[in-house]
Write a protein that binds this ligand. Structure first.
Ligand code: FDA
Length: 308
């Protein structure tokens, strides 16, 4: 019941200021966010790579409303890719971008501004021997984001898309994306969406996830299974085998700080396992979505306000 409330306040500037100012917030945030700056994030990447895990890095930020901040997001990713290249980590780590942080929501020319900014990041990623995956945000952005991915793929075929099983349209999108060379991360979806476009019942979202998995595994693309759900993971492994795929013809992805033991177990079992590692100072929206997903996370956060 609290989930929708948390998702609503995840976009409130007033709550952003209140939560960010609370002195006890930081240790809890750092359970889900790798650090505030690039050097700390690079330490985490090295540690994860040493443990046999792969990484996708997210420089936190979203809903940018001016062109200068969108340019600053692009520059932060260029610095990140430079650092990955300098350490030869391009084979183990890629980057995930939110187009709203690249200017997509700007009222005039937002789509083109975001495309131009992210094009530079995709070029830097290719030069560093790695790839970009475009995260999916709320349903109003899906057409624009998939169009950006299609455009980037012309020059950088490894560019990945994300699809959300809670949206009614997604099975159709999966069919269109399940083609050779296409990298597709399937997730359940983390935004507050209306009943006109998205399933509201968790069981429906799970059933849709399985239908989408089936399409992606049977298709010609590279499925990236973004879920912590043990049932989805076991079904994905079964469908992969049924489709004649071996580990490395698909991969699992989980978020930093969530089910770390399971991440290690899957990697030890021979699966390709990639960890989504967010870093940066603008953690509020990301953090609130993690709290909304699971009451236990919210309880953990609230307990931190109680003096020991
Ligand atoms: P579900 O929420 O049903 O949980 C299943 C089980 O997983 C739980 O019972 C619990 O054990 C564990 N679990 C799940 N969430 C947890 C949490 N926060 N803390 C602790 N345990 C938890 N969304 C989106 O809209 N756009 C995007 O681009 C992305 N990108 C993305 C990348 C990657 C790599 C992942 C893993 C996820 C995303 N997401 C996302 C988020 C996604 O949409 C979804 O909200 C979460 O992954 C939670 O859904 P699950 O599939 O994990 O299952």
């Amino acid at each position: 019941m609290l989930g929708p409330v948390l998702l609503a306040v995840s976009r409130s500037d007033r709550m952003r200021r209140l939560v960010a100012a609370a002195p006890v917030t930081r240790p809890v945030v750092h359970r889900f966010v790798a650090g505030d700056d690039l050097p700390t994030a690079m330490d985490r990447v090295r540690a994860l790579a040493d443990a046999g895990l792969e990484v996708t890095l997210d420089h936190l930020g979203e809903d940018v409303t001016d062109r200068a901040t969108a340019g600053a997001t692009r520059d932060a990713y260029l610095r990140l890719l430079e650092a990955l290249d300098a350490e030869g980590l391009g084979k183990r780590a890629e980057v995930s971008v939110k187009l709203s942080a690249f200017g997509q929501a700007l009222p005039v020319g937002g789509h083109d501004i975001a495309l131009e900014n992210v094009r530079q990041v995709a070029a830097a990623a290719s030069a560093a021997g790695t790839t970009v995956t475009c995260d999916m945000e709320d349903h109003t952005t899906v057409d624009s984001t998939l169009a950006v991915v299609a455009e980037l793929r012309r020059e950088h075929p490894g560019t990945g898309a994300v699809v959300q099983s809670y949206l009614f349209r997604t099975e159709q999108d999966c069919r269109a994306l399940a083609v050779p060379g296409s990298r597709v991360r399937l997730v359940k979806g983390a935004y507050k969406e209306p009943a006109s476009v998205a399933y509201q019942d968790k069981r429906e979202v799970d059933r849709a996830y399985v239908r989408c998995l089936r399409i992606l595994m049977a298709g010609g693309g590279y499925p990236m299974v973004g879920s912590h759900d043990p049932r989805m993971i076991s079904i994905a492994r079964h469908l992969a085998r049924e489709a004649g795929r071996v580990a490395g013809d698909y991969e699992f992805q989980m978020l930093y700080g969530i089910r770390a033991a399971e991440q290690a177990r899957l990697a030890a079992d021979g699966e390709r396992m990639r960890i989504y590692v967010p870093y940066g100072a603008d953690w509020y929206g990301y953090f609130m979505r993690r709290l909304a997903e699971r009451p236990a996370n919210l309880a953990f956060f609230l307990r931190s306000f109680v003096p020991a």
